[in-house]
Design a protein around this ligand. Structure first.
Ligand code: AMP
Ligand code: ZN
Length: 464
């Protein structure tokens, strides 16, 4: 049974979708005004694992991730660069897609762009106005927070008397600063604007997500996610304006991932303490190592970034790679080993049990490494059959459908003769016949096969 921590109820709840097996998942996407940093990636990777694990559990996921291509930050960026908003945001939208593909994030079903849904936003604002939750002031339209009783249910931030009827035009603002926020902003010189029934203007940031989520997932859907910084004001405002329009809750489960930190503070572009994926790969790290590092902690725990921590994660990933290689070349016995079957079923049970507990990835990986250790031992004694090997492969595929870091296709293809030589060498070593083992290693080397002995078994490379 899958349980997820719902920020709204502040507890783990059994996950039951509205229309099983379908799951509607809305994940707040990037604001495309610069390259994303690896803090953003942490949240997008959490959402990727959530999506993959829902599929693992047999659900059919429809994921929507918006592209915020109009807001305060994109307008400022385009103006500073002296190019059109569309040209400016296109550049970073493309970079975003490259970065998420590099770290193995599965594509969502929909990536709606805000500028292509202005009509949906206008209709939604009209409904909010008709229901009496919004008012016009100087060509802009504001949401009246005082009219919405449950305001603050998600974040715990409630308006104080002195805040009532004060207004804010910025898209982003501080916690505690509860004010009437702009749904629609009157046109200003130097800003893109649209001609609508409210006059010329452009949408506020929060209304974008309400309009695009409802367009693709309906007025109430299953899961809405983001980073914890989205809880207030962004998600609080989404909840208020959506319910004001439809009378229904927008989403049933609200999930938020914790921040990636640098030197104990949130990695954020405004603070200047960021690394992009591009900067990290330029140092020689691989995107899959970054993926592994960012996934290895539980998503609701803060994670501190350092190059040391990244290198450590790369080391753990290398152990998985070595295991895959050894598995490929393990010499086989003729009889199936019940101990292997036992390891597989323990791993399956433990992995799923951990992920069922609010996606406890660190625990799930612990289970997986225990499995690797036990199987390595059995393999090094040659106690594994061809059947066992293929059952292990199926398990790896299943685990990898969630974690997405194992390179299952990276094995060295070996001829029958090469396999035989490796097997003979292993047997020679086991018998303590080091001279034969060395001779066999040389014979393999002449064929371009390099054998390294590691504590986790042998590693095989083919020279090109
Ligand atoms: P933005 O483009 O600023 O709207 O951010 C995109 C996503 O990244 C949002 O869901 C944010 O909550 C998330 N995010 C931003 N900074 C961090 C961070 N340091 N750690 C984890 N997630 C973050
Ligand atoms: Zn959003």
């Amino acid at each position: 049974m899958l349980r997820l921590f719902n920020t709204m109820s502040r507890r783990n709840e059994e996950f039951i979708p509205l229309n099983p097996p379908n799951v509607g998942l809305y994940t707040c996407g990037p604001t495309v005004y610069s390259y994303i940093h690896i803090g953003n990636l942490r949240t997008f990777l959490f959402e990727d694992v959530l999506r993959r694990y829902l599929k693992f559990k047999g659900f059919k996921v429809t994921q929507v991730m918006n592209i915020t291509d109009i807001d305060d930050k994109t307008i400022k960026g385009a103006n500073e660069a002296g190019i059109s908003l569309a040209e400016f945001t296109e550049r970073f939208t493309n970079a975003f897609f490259e970065d998420i593909a590099a770290v193995g994030i599965e594509p969502a079903e929909y990536y709606p762009r805000a500028t292509e849904h202005i009509g949906d936003m206008v209709s939604l604002i009209r409904r909010i106005l008709e229901n009496g939750y919004a008012y016009e002031r100087d060509g802009s339209i504001y949401f009246d927070v005082s009219k919405f009783g449950p305001y603050g249910a998600l974040s715990g931030v409630k308006p104080t008397l002195c805040q009532i009827r004060s207004r804010i035009d910025q898209d982003e603002y501080e916690k505690q600063d509860v004010r009437d926020f702009a749904l629609w902003k009157a046109a200003k010189p130097g800003e893109p604007s649209w001609d609508t029934e409210f006059g010329r203007g452009r949408p506020g940031w929060h209304i974008e997500c309400s309009a695009m989520s409802m367009r693709y997932l309906g007025e109430t859907f299953d899961i809405h996610t983001g980073g914890v910084d989205n809880i207030f004001p962004h998600h609080e405002n989404e909840i208020a304006q959506s319910r004001a329009a439809t009378g229904k809750p927008l989403a049933r489960y609200w999930l938020h991932s914790e921040h990636l930190l640098m030197d104990k503070s949130k990695m954020a572009k405004s603070a200047g303490n960021i690394y992009t994926l591009r900067e990290i790969t330029a140092m020689g790290y691989k995107p899959r190592q970054v993926r592994y590092f960012l996934l290895s902690a539980h998503y609701r725990k803060q994670l501190n970034f350092s190059l040391d921590a990244l290198s450590q994660a790369a080391g753990s990933l290398a152990r998985i790679d070595d295991f895959v290689t050894s598995l490929r070349s393990a010499s086989c016995s003729n009889s199936d080993n019940p101990a292997i079957a036992q390891c597989i079923s323990e791993c399956e049970r433990g992995f799923e049990g951990a992920m069922d507990e609010d996606l406890n990835m660190s625990k799930a990986m612990g289970v997986f490494f225990t499995f690797i250790r036990s199987v390595n031992e059995l393999m090094s004694r040659g106690e594994i059959s061809e059947n066992d090997r293929s059952s292990i492969n199926s398990l790896l595929e299943r685990v990898n459908s969630v974690i997405g870091v194992i390179e299952l296709g990276r094995e060295v293809e070996l001829s029958q003769e090469e396999k035989e030589l490796i097997k003979m060498r292993r047997e020679a070593r086991r018998a303590g016949d080091w001279a034969s083992a060395d001779r066999l290693r040389e014979q393999l080397k002449e064929r371009g096969i390099i054998i390294e002995d590691t504590k986790d078994g042998i590693r095989i490379k083919r020279l090109h």
